[in-house]
Design a protein around this ligand. Structure first.
Ligand SMILES: NC(=O)c1ccc[n+]([C@@H]2O[C@H](COP(=O)([O-])OP(=O)(O)OC[C@H]3O[C@@H](n4cnc5c(N)ncnc54)[C@H](OP(=O)(O)O)[C@@H]3O)[C@@H](O)[C@H]2O)c1
Length: 302
């Protein structure tokens, strides 16, 4: 079973994206820490590093901090000097002198080799200087839902961690990324467990209708209006909500070590942590979601 980490980006950005204040975002991080979360993911692009820094400044040694370097500017891969500036800015914003994991952020397949060859050495220098403990790479899931970049990255013996989009709708990492990452002892952090599509049932009918129109799904068994309604039905072991089912699905996926939950809602946070540390989906529910979305590698949950 995976552990739970708090994501401070995504559609919520700790609630900032939905009109919440920085004070409320700080309170949310404190709630997560009080509930036992000790992993927080952020990035310069999210505009949340300074809030994370504020939350952890008196308990730095109790928290595993993940941040990122966005490797592009004006469509070109940045220079090692740019990377150094980004890292220094993250250290300042996070009010710390070391970062546990720095990920190259949203690397696309076409830029992978250049990022690896020109930016990894700069990250390794920062590692030798004690500014960075571990080095990772995250994918640009919306542009690369079939995980082409990560399939290259896991062949190379140079990343400590990877961040992969994985959810009920797109389970393709199960075959293409997770086994090799496990073999190579790479830590796997799951993102996109819920996003918009799995927050409730409203979008799933259209997604499955589109799959049927594309000839990707033929079973007559599917309820075309609410294709995943079965997950929240059926007595003992059912999920109370689709979001709960979505987190339970990912947290019990073999090869996922950490599931990020991104929320600005305190009730959601509590429910999501309970789901991530909760039971796997019922065996028959798991079988049906595997069957329904097997072979799908173009959906992200948006
Ligand atoms: N390439 C990258 O490196 C990359 C890309 C994307 C994300 N990430 C990281 O991964 C983290 C997780 O991704 P994510 O933020 O997309 O997380 P997620 O957990 O898949 O989805 C979060 C979305 O679902 C909603 N939600 C969460 N819990 C819910 C619940 N119980 N019921 C209904 N809706 C719920 C949230 O809205 P509410 O605020 O209303 O709860 C939010 O809009 C990000 O925060 C970020 O740290 C990294």
């Amino acid at each position: 079973m995976a552990r739970a980490g708090l994501g401070s980006g995504g559609h919520s950005r700790l609630g900032l994206a939905n009109g919440k204040s920085e004070k409320e975002a700080l309170a949310l991080i404190n709630q997560a820490l009080a509930l036992g979360v000790n992993f927080i993911d952020t990035a310069p692009l999210y505009g949340t590093e300074h809030i994370v820094g504020e939350a952890i400044k008196k308990k730095r040694d109790k928290v595993v901090l993940s941040t990122k370097v966005f490797p592009y500017r004006d469509g070109e891969v940045i220079t090692p000097g740019d990377l150094h500036h980004s890292l220094q800015s993250s250290l300042n914003e996070l009010k710390t002198d070391y970062i546990d994991i720095v990920h190259l952020h949203g690397v696309t397949p076409d830029a992978y080799e250049q990022c690896r060859d020109s930016l990894l050495p700069a990250l390794e220098t920062a590692q030798r200087e004690g500014k960075v403990r571990f080095i990772g790479v995250s994918e640009y899931f919306q542009k690369d839902p079939a995980h082409r970049m990560l399939q290259y990255a896991i062949q190379d013996d140079c990343w400590d961690t990877i961040m992969v989009g994985h959810n009920i709708l797109n389970q393709s990492a199960h075959d293409t990324v997770l086994p090799r990452a496990q073999e190579n002892n790479v830590g796997v952090i799951g993102m996109f467990a819920v996003r918009r599509a799995l927050a409730d049932h409203t979008m799933i009918g259209d997604i499955v209708a589109d799959m049927i129109a594309r000839g990707l799904y033929y079973s007559k068994k599917v309820d075309t209006k609410k294709p995943l309604a079965f997950l929240t039905k059926g007595g003992k072991g059912r999920a109370k909500t689709l979001a709960e089912a979505a987190y339970r699905f990912v947290s019990h996926e073999e090869g996922i070590d950490m599931v990020l939950t991104g929320t600005g809602n305190r009730d959601h946070l509590k429910a999501n942590l309970a789901a991530i540390y909760g039971a796997p989906l019922k065996a028959e529910h798991l079988e049906r979601v595997r069957e329904l979305f097997s072979g799908i590698n173009y959906l992200t949950g948006e």
